[in-house]
Ligand binder design. Sequence first.
Ligand code: IDP
Ligand code: MG
Length: 140
Amino acid sequence: MAIQRTLSIIKPDATRRNLTGQINARFEENDLRIVAQKRIHMTRSQAEGFYAVHAERAFFGDLCDFMCSGPVVVQVLEGENAVTANRDIMGATNPANADEGTIRKDFGESIEANSVHGSDSPENAAIEIAFFFSQTELVG
Ligand code: IDP
Ligand code: MG
């Protein structure tokens, strides 16, 4: 087991419904520590840059529109196997397929408006954390 960090984003559908605290509680209840956090309104070009890996997907344009449709909370979570632990807490991409008790099952509105983002590997976590945070903003 290793202590890792992962990037999380509370998406616009969740900030609109004032769910930031309830979602953060899920992380803390599951032993993930929020070591950096800020509320931002992404620009279209930031959203396009962040999701560049999905640029060829049919849903890319809609996804970028959605991610800059309102404020998001970008955050760094730290804990044992944080990348996988967070993916488990989040649940499947499509809330309809997500396990009971996961964030996406309980709060997600649709496959697109699924309330949270989480890095999918330690390598991508490092890239995604650096996309939004400088080293001095990470306070463990
Ligand atoms: P993930 O967020 O579970 O890692 P990805 O496949 O990386 O899922 O997709 C990134 C985001 O793109 C999803 O969280 C969701 O917001 C959106 N998305 C994924 N698949 C679809 C789709 O089929 N239609 C619309 N939006 C989608
Ligand atoms: Mg993904």
